[in-house]
Design a binder for this molecule. Structure first.
Ligand code: SF4
Length: 221
């Protein structure tokens, strides 16, 4: 373990572009003072993006959870409700979702993340209806949502191919995939904590090649 007094020298080395070991990275993660860590990260950013280092951008995005009902049962997830657990399960109706979109726009938001469980009844038609309604009411909002596991699930529910599902939800209003989460993990941890999320990291790479759709990366929904 890196001595506390040495953490600053590790940060200084990283900020100057030097390599740090996995053990040092873990020590920084666990024990580095937040402001010192942020200052080192900022120094790296400024060096890597010299010329535009004075520009840092962000967007205002709202995460709208449409249901917590999910058949996937990831082991780490405290959010989901099994379909039979009607006491815990809930679903937002379209009016509620549109109201949240309106609040986002009023606050200067430009993007929504439509995120929820793998509901056993929600096929492609559900997403088409909701994305189309959001785009009709708020054409200025970017819809950045879903991932491989959700798309495979909705295609299965609707009895269509993944390619058709993607084409239809894109036509309805989906602008980009968020990429969701646990399917990006290597097989061993994915099988341990989210065995039902498909298609797994290898499958996800082939899925992206097949469909031509990439994604950003996010924590599991
Ligand atoms: S992380 Fe997402 S897919 Fe997994 S159980 Fe929770 S809601 Fe379902």
């Amino acid at each position: 373990m890196t001595e506390k007094a040495d953490l600053q020298s590790v940060l200084d080395r990283a900020a100057a572009g030097g390599r740090i070991t996995p053990e040092e990275a873990l020590d920084l993660y666990r024990d580095a003072p937040l402001h010192a860590l942020g200052a080192a990260a900022d120094a790296v950013r400024r060096r890597r993006y010299a010329g535009t280092e004075h520009i840092a951008t962000y967007i205002i995005e709202r995460n709208i959870n449409y249901t917590n009902v999910c058949v996937t049962a990831c082991k780490f997830c405290a959010f989901y409700a099994a379909p039979k657990d009607t006491a815990k399960g809930w679903t937002r109706d379209l009016d509620d979702i549109l109201r949240r979109c309106a609040e986002t726009v009023e606050l200067g938001g430009t993007q929504i993340m439509f995120q929820g469980g793998h509901h056993p009844d929600y096929g492609v038609e559900y997403y088409e209806k909701h994305f189309a309604a959001i785009k009709e009411a708020f054409p200025q909002l970017v819809i950045h949502s879903l991932g491989a596991s959700e798309v495979e699930h909705m295609a299965r529910i609707s009895g269509v191919s993944v390619e058709e599902a993607i084409q239809r939800i894109h036509t309805a209003g989906l602008d980009s995939f968020a990429g969701a989460g646990a399917e990006l993990l290597p097989e061993r941890p994915r099988k341990a904590i989210a065995p039902s999320r498909s298609p797994g990291s290898a499958g996800w790479r082939s899925w992206r090649r097949r469909t031509g759709w990439g994604s950003s990366r996010r924590p599991p929904c």
